[in-house]
Design a protein around this ligand. Structure first.
Ligand SMILES: *[C@@H]1O[C@H](CO)[C@@H](O)[C@H](O)[C@H]1NC(C)=O
Ligand SMILES: *[C@@H]1O[C@H](CO)[C@@H](O)[C@H](O)[C@H]1NC(C)=O
Ligand SMILES: *[C@@H]1O[C@H](CO)[C@@H](O)[C@H](O)[C@H]1NC(C)=O
Ligand SMILES: *[C@@H]1O[C@H](CO)[C@@H](O)[C@H](O)[C@H]1NC(C)=O
Length: 460
């Protein structure tokens, strides 16, 4: 029999939307009255597998060999009986033959008895199993009904709610026609897919630093075009105070850093050192979340100075606006710095955006400033990471230990959002702590669980 279908359980919440007279968006969260019967499902799975082990090929084999034995013995008996009839002259030879035949009849009787027992046992088993199967079927239907009612229904309600909230907000802040933006244009064409892992390495410190980031500077200094950078969260898996550099990809893989470290400050953490793993290098400078602040820091590797730019009031920081999946949130992922063809971006969330992702262009001039800002309708806690490519924001979500899905995109040129991207990332380790796109070679760089992995982005 087929093994039981695995029924996924999502959070069983019912959402209800209320439009209050003063045109505000209110979201009410209430526990569904019935919880999904997990224990029932697991008992069901247990009895299904027990049922499986009762019906074995062994049972059929036993029956077949008994029948085969009878089939051979009967003609033999028939032959012996007719021989006895022909030779029935009353002498010793005939008496011996009669005994042989009696023995044969005894053997055959035993065979038949055994066959009777086996058949009866099988009949009982068959009845028993068909009863069990019917029970299982009924229970599965019950569960399916439960699942359909509770999970699918609340999912639908959630989708409606998201749409309603979006419309409600758009009604409140009419944003006019989307303005022409240079960020959305790219010669590569549309983002189609990504390859399997092209680079997969534990690098210089295998297993030592679960959190970090790595990549290439898209706007390198002359002579450093092939260089790679690595930032490891060294203090408490949260903070860092230096960038490590490698003169080539192979130097990074074998773990030989002749350029060595460039230190921001000798203390870690301290004012304007690094907080959280989502950092990037651009134009020989490192961009990151400044320690203990809702601020973007830029560390100039040449002058060894830090410039900062304040994010909008209400920005969540200090591990209060993290990337998450169902089971955990990734600490200190409040601010995510990203690079693409048009430069540096910062992705974060604010109180006034109700925890949805907000995207701002970082203008890399001196002084450092924030450019245009976009507000999305994707909830940050449902996202595990983001990256920018060709002026588009892409967000990922956790599917399993092996799979992450690029599920969402936001086009900064048109303001268009899509929730159905459906491109899968085949992970080499369960968690993605940083994810960034390198416009120089169209590679996605992933750091997670001490591994550095990269994937080629396919445009078309
Ligand atoms: C098979 O076994 C049952 C119960 O032991 C008995 O009543 C029946 O007569 C048997 N049938 C044959 C053909 O021996
Ligand atoms: C029939 O199933 C019940 C459990 O439902 C079990 O206790 C019993 O031993 C089974 N009988 C046979 C002959 O397998
Ligand atoms: C994307 O690439 C994977 C292999 O890496 C392939 O299995 C999948 O079918 C591709 N998806 C699309 C939409 O082309
Ligand atoms: C970094 O500092 C050097 C030397 O002061 C300067 O020439 C360069 O423009 C600075 N880079 C950035 C990105 O500000």
């Amino acid at each position: 029999m087929e093994s039981c279908a695995i029924v996924l359980l999502c959070a069983l919440f019912t959402f209800a939307k209320q439009a209050t007279p003063r045109d505000t968006c209110v979201c009410e969260l209430a526990d569904a009255d019935q919880l999904f019967p997990h224990d029932k499902l697991s008992t069901l799975e247990d009895s299904a597998s027990k049922c499986n082990s009762n019906v074995t090929p062994q049972k059929t084999l036993e029956l077949e060999s008994l029948l085969l034995g009878l089939e051979r013995r009967l003609p033999q008996l028939q032959g012996d009986v007719s021989m006895l009839e022909r030779e029935d002259d009353g002498d010793l030879y005939g008496v011996l033959s009669l005994q042989v035949i009696e023995n044969e009849i005894m053997d055959i009787k035993q065979l038949i008895d055994k066959l009777n027992r086996t058949t009866l046992g099988n009949q009982r088993l068959t009845t028993n199993i068909s009863i069990q199967l019917n029970d299982l079927k009924a229970e599965m239907q019950e569960l399916e009904k439960h699942d359909t009612m509770q999970v699918i229904k609340s999912r639908k309600a959630n989708q409606h709610l998201v749409k309603d909230l979006e419309q409600c907000r758009k009604g409140k802040n009419p944003s006019g026609p989307p303005t022409e933006s240079p960020h959305g244009r790219c010669s590569h064409g549309q983002f189609l897919n990504i390859t399997g892992a092209r680079v997969y390495t534990a690098g210089e410190y295998p297993g030592s630093y679960p959190y970090g980031a790595w990549g290439r500077d898209p706007k390198p200094e002359a002579g450093k075009e092939a260089w790679y950078w690595l930032v490891l969260m060294t203090s408490n898996n949260r903070y860092s105070n230096y960038v490590r550099r490698y003169s080539s990809l192979s130097a990074l893989v074998v773990g030989v850093s002749s350029p060595g470290n460039v230190q921001i400050h000798s203390s870690n953490p301290t004012t304007n050192t690094i907080q959280g793993p989502n950092v990037v290098m651009y134009g020989e400078a490192l961009y990151y979340n400044c320690y203990n602040l809702d601020t973007v820091c830029r560390f100039n590797l040449t002058s060894k100075t830090v410039t900062t730019v304040q994010l909008p009031r209400g920005t969540r920081y200090n591990s209060k606006g993290n990337y998450c999946h169902l089971e955990e949130c990734y600490p200190f992922t409040d601010l995510d710095l990203a690079t693409d063809e048009s430069g540096v971006w910062v992705i974060y969330t604010t109180k006034q955006d109700f925890g949805n992702l907000v995207l701002s262009k970082v203008e890399e001039n001196e002084p450092l400033t924030l450019g245009q800002t976009w507000h999305t309708s994707v909830y940050k806690q449902a996202v595990t990471n983001t990256f920018m490519a060709c002026g588009m924001l892409y967000a990922t979500r956790y599917i399993s230990r092996d799979l992450e899905e690029i599920f969402y995109s936001f086009d900064t040129a048109t303001g268009l959002e899509r929730f159905n991207i459906g491109i899968l990332i085949h992970k080499m380790s369960p968690n993605i702590f940083s994810l960034n796109y390198s416009p120089v070679d169209q590679m996605l760089h992933v750091y997670g669980d001490s591994y550095m992995v990269s994937y080629k982005v396919l445009f078309g």
